[in-house]
Design a protein around this ligand. Sequence first.
Ligand SMILES: [Zn+2]
Length: 265
Amino acid sequence: MICDSHAHLNHDDAFQDDREQVLLRAREAGVDCILNVATRPDDAAATVEVARRHPQVLAAVGIHPHEAALATPAALDDLERLSRDATVVAWGEIGLDYHYMKAPRDVQCAAFASQLQRAAARDLPVSVHNRDSDQDLLDLIHRHAGPRRGVIHCFTSDWAMAASCLDAGFYLSFSGILTFRNADGLRDVARRTPAHRLLVETDSPYLAPVPHRGARNEPARVVDVLERLAEVRGVSAGEMAAITSENFRTLFGQLTESSNSRAGG
Ligand SMILES: [Zn+2]
């Protein structure tokens, strides 16, 4: 089993026309487990719906830092209701992004803090986005994250930040960036991360790994990330698949088992 711990199958219209084929290709590539992550109040219901219809898909609901201004109490109440669906195993995508700064810093911090609290109240792990915002991210995690913790998705910071996130109990998920030629620093972080905290992801439709860089990404290509991670750590791809899918199960709970049984075994 191979798990893609972060994909956006309902992002705008990226998979509007061929979502079924994309999921079939994932299955053929051995990707039996995909976390489909919402980014806005208005894509959350569709994100959950895809998980309901496809046994290999699980869902996360939340509001991305780019959309932080949309995180009103009413919107969060709606997400909380949606999060009670059996397919929802995480709260996300949430976090901070000071690179694009599409919402003011204080608005991002407030949206992040309140969603960490919502996740903790629902006992859900979080899927966290971080770009150029290490210090505030750590502060808010230490203040508001629940005991289930979560994952820093598409990890790209340095080892000092990795160590802080690991100390805080978080998993680190590596994306196609791991395959980029200029990513030696990131590969070093991936080499040093304890095996029991590693996850892999595509962040589809973004971040297609080499040799597909620039194309629309899709969950089947998590295999390229997995193979690169295995190479970096000097283990077989099969071993890396076993480790990361076990970690997926540990972090997101029993639902990958039930998603298997929904598939008929
Ligand atoms: Zn994402």
